[in-house]
Design a protein around this ligand. Sequence first.
Ligand SMILES: Cc1ncc(COP(=O)(O)O)c(C=O)c1O
Length: 388
Amino acid sequence: MEPLSDRTRLIAPATRRGGGRRPVNPSIERASTLLSDSVAEMRDGSLGPLYGIEGTASQTALRQALVDLERAEEAWLTPSGLSAVTLPLLALSRPGDEILTTDAVYGPVRRFLTRHMAARGVTTRFHPSGEPADSVAARIGERTRVMLIESPASLTFEMIDVPALVAAARARGVLTVIDNTWAAGLAFKPLMHGVDVSTQALTKYFGGHSDLMLGAATARDPAIRKAIADTVEDLGLCVSPDDAWLALRGLRTLPLRYAEQARSALRVADWLAGRPEVSRVLYPALARDPSYGLWTRDYTGAASLFGVVMRGGDAAAAHALLDGLRLFGLGYSWGGFESLITFETPQMAWRETAPVLEGPLLRLHIGLEDPADLIADLAAGLDGWPNA
Ligand SMILES: Cc1ncc(COP(=O)(O)O)c(C=O)c1O
């Protein structure tokens, strides 16, 4: 019957035969201590977890679903998307090493690199966002140990040619880690393109309901898996069975929510791109976007998250626009059922090379509302824009 599509893969384990009479979903087993009937049984690690930190039924089922979805050999759960990215960086680098990543990397990861890692002798080199893969590869130095890829980049959404970058990294003995949150493990399969570690914030589309913080890392190579597993063990990283259960519940409908939200996002993005108040929409799924070619070549879907560069106007105009919207929540994170909008221009100051923007930078996340209603809300808001 193999290979199954992702829609089926994420559901089929729930109805697999052979488990006897049971609920469809695994139980939430809250445990620090797991009991055995004899000392011999206590010593037998093959009988399942001996201690709560190893995870119980819901964590195990979620890890297996991630292995299946990412075409991995092993998956680890972490308390947030941020810790999913920092875990492999901690596991794979040593003092004296250098990490190469995009100048547009997710802000808190940048802070981890420049604060925590730098204090421990691991330096970071940032490459301009939007630079082609061969120019990035040319920056690999003697000390470069890990390349952290984020595609599309946070806030400005430039994509990079991941297969080309990975080939160049492998040729130089550099390991690759990707933040695959935008693709939700669905639309892009990094491990199938040779990336060493794929990470994502399950907080976003896996959770899908804005009520969960969780992350995941997946890998294939035995040495890399050992380095990550050792680090998980050394740091005592674990997640609650309730949170794993919520993520498992979310993943059954993940492909449908992801596709439907992308359909709406494309409609809203396309409408915005035609408005005189908007200079550019930064969304690889739009045919006029510079990353459209890479997106159509490597991705089977898109997140419902994109940037909007306004034409003229200032921070006060952006604040007024956001304050006046009725259907968009003012909030960070994304991947939930609700539409959100944020003003992102101040974050550009973190970058070494700030992009030239024609006006304020906004970020929109499109939820499951009717896109016609979202467009009407935005239209009313744009009427007040200074150049309208
Ligand atoms: C691209 C990207 N990676 C990672 C994260 C971190 O996820 P979390 O909020 O679960 O720590 C975020 C959160 O916004 C993100 O946008």
